[in-house]
Design a protein around this ligand. Structure first.
Ligand code: SF4
Ligand code: FES
Length: 480
């Protein structure tokens, strides 16, 4: 049976599917909803509803209880509850039906009720950690987010060193950990690291190409408590997908891996990096994600840093292709509402306003490289002149709070014009520091993808010329 949209009514019995859970965030004294690549901070009214989504209680009963508790008109409460739960069904954060496992277990704090603000001043704590376990990978994607100078296996952190990082991250308020690479499955200790993260209460996500996944490894990961898997696809057509990956047979192995993930009932996100040489396959990519049983599809246009910058002329789509892709995604979102959640990352070069990269430099996110250097984003080492401290010499919390690299572009004080006096400076933080450096040579300048940047016209011209060039050759990601 193909999946269908759940329509919320009084008879529905909502509960959280595997990979979605309420979690008490002790560092910030609040309860959050953790889901694949998502963190929601429900207010106290929403929490009253979510706590009752236990796989035993029908929506009608939830409404009765809330109306009595708030001494409110039942019909008004019903409208509010149905509206909120429909949104959560559509995002796949809830499913309908009796849950034989019983109520979702949440480590509640006594008397915990109101969420507290996290951002600002010294209360700023990291939410998410990208653990780049290794740069080793059987694939050679020409848009790989790893640096041009890849790290050798002999430089990698040991199992004990990674476990120390995970313990420290959990203690300082990190809620989600993404195990990535390279290909994290080349590390023989991956399941041990997932177990360590789960034991620390972290939401665990595996970002993999899928080509090394087998049922034995998956069983060990599931047993270790893995919450979610993201498998990358290079297209739907075998030959062209293998050509982009630089690895014959990769696409077929990925399809098998996705089937295995479904068999183990681990929530799956399909990640599809799109560019000029595979965008024509976008409708089929969307269909493939549904067929593979993914709850979520990430359609991500290439971000032109590192290897992708090197291959920009072979990857960047024309403005017309980009607009067509956006139209296809929007139509699919409508058609597949409640069936497949589609996240869409647009190509910066066709934006007018830049994105708030990483949610702000040193504000939510940290990245630990295979050798233990700690970065505010995966590409930060491309910025010349910054010194990145290592977990081999300092604690994670010291690096987060006090190291020069994290302080350098935190907040807005470092800005110059036009960002300095711009109304959008708080909401976008001047865009991406790595992109500003890559395109202007100055990481403190306005990201040129912003239409207000004095360099904006240059990138518009680059996109126009390179996207129309007859350039198909890739410079593949390789060691040395
Ligand atoms: Fe954002 Fe700076 Fe552009 Fe204003 S000028 S929109 S702050 S990048
Ligand atoms: Fe480094 Fe955007 S990728 S700040």
């Amino acid at each position: 049976m193909p999946p269908t949209r759940i329509l919320a009514d009084e008879s529905c019995i909502p509960h959280f599917p595997r990979g979605v859970r309420l979690h008490y965030d002790a560092a910030r004294k609040r309860t959050v909803l953790l889901a694949p690549e998502r963190l929601l901070t429900p207010d106290s009214e929403a929490l009253q509803i979510l706590r009752r989504c236990d796989g035993r209680t029908a929506i009608g009963v939830i409404v009765d209880e809330l109306a009595a508790g708030y001494k409110a008109e039942r019909s008004i409460v019903l409208v509010d509850v149905l509206s909120m739960l429909q949104g959560l069904f559509d995002k796949k954060f809830l499913i309908n039906g009796r849950d034989s496992d019983g109520p979702t277990q949440v480590p509640w704090a006594p008397d915990q009720a109101e969420p507290v603000a996290v951002s600002g001043g010294d209360e700023r704590l990291p939410v998410s950690l990208l653990a780049e376990l290794t740069h080793r990978c059987p694939l050679q994607c020409p848009y790989c987010s790893n640096p041009l100078d890849l790290m050798r296996a002999s430089d990698e952190l040991s199992t004990d060193e990674w476990m120390k990082v995970i313990d420290q991250a959990a203690a300082m308020g990190v809620l989600q950990i993404h195990f990535s690479g390279g290909e994290p499955l080349v590390r023989k200790d991956l399941a041990d690291l997932v177990r360590c993260a789960s034991a620390n209460g972290l939401y665990t996500n595996l970002i993999t190409s899928g080509v090394l996944l087998d049922s034995e490894k998956l069983a060990a990961l599931a047993q270790a408590g893995l919450d979610h898997i993201q498998i990358s696809f290079q297209g739907v057509e075998e030959n062209s997908a293998d050509r982009v990956a630089g690895h014959r047979g990769a696409h077929a192995k990925k399809l098998l891996a996705a089937e295995l993930v479904r068999a183990f009932a681990i929530p799956l996100t399909v990640n599809a990096v799109v560019h000029r040489q595979n965008l024509h396959q976008l409708p089929q990519l969307i269909d493939m994600a549904v067929e593979l049983g993914a709850a979520r599809l990430e359609v991500a246009h290439v971000q032109y840093l590192g290897w992708a910058l090197k291959n920009r002329a072979a990857l960047i789509p024309t403005a017309d292709q980009f607009e067509e892709a956006t139209r296809i995604v929007e139509a699919a979102r409508d058609r597949l509402k409640g069936v497949l959640v589609i996240d869409y990352v647009i190509p910066d070069y066709y934006a007018i306003r830049p994105k708030k990269c990483m949610g702000g430099w040193g504000e939510q996110f940290l990245n630990v490289t295979p050798s233990g250097r700690v970065l505010p984003c995966h590409a930060a080492e491309s910025i010349a002149g910054l010194l990145f401290d290592s977990v081999r010499e300092h604690s994670l919390s010291w690096i987060w709070r006090d190291s020069s690299a994290f302080q350098k572009f935190r907040g807005t004080d470092w800005m110059s014009e036009p960002c300095k006096s711009c109304a959008f400076r708080e909401s976008d933080r001047g865009g991406c520091r790595c992109q500003a450096f890559a395109l202007t040579g100055n990481a403190a300048s306005t990201d040129p993808t912003c239409a207000l940047s004095p360099r904006h016209a240059e990138i518009v011209a680059i996109a126009d010329i390179e996207s129309k060039a007859d350039h198909r050759h890739f410079s593949y990601r390789t060691f040395g």
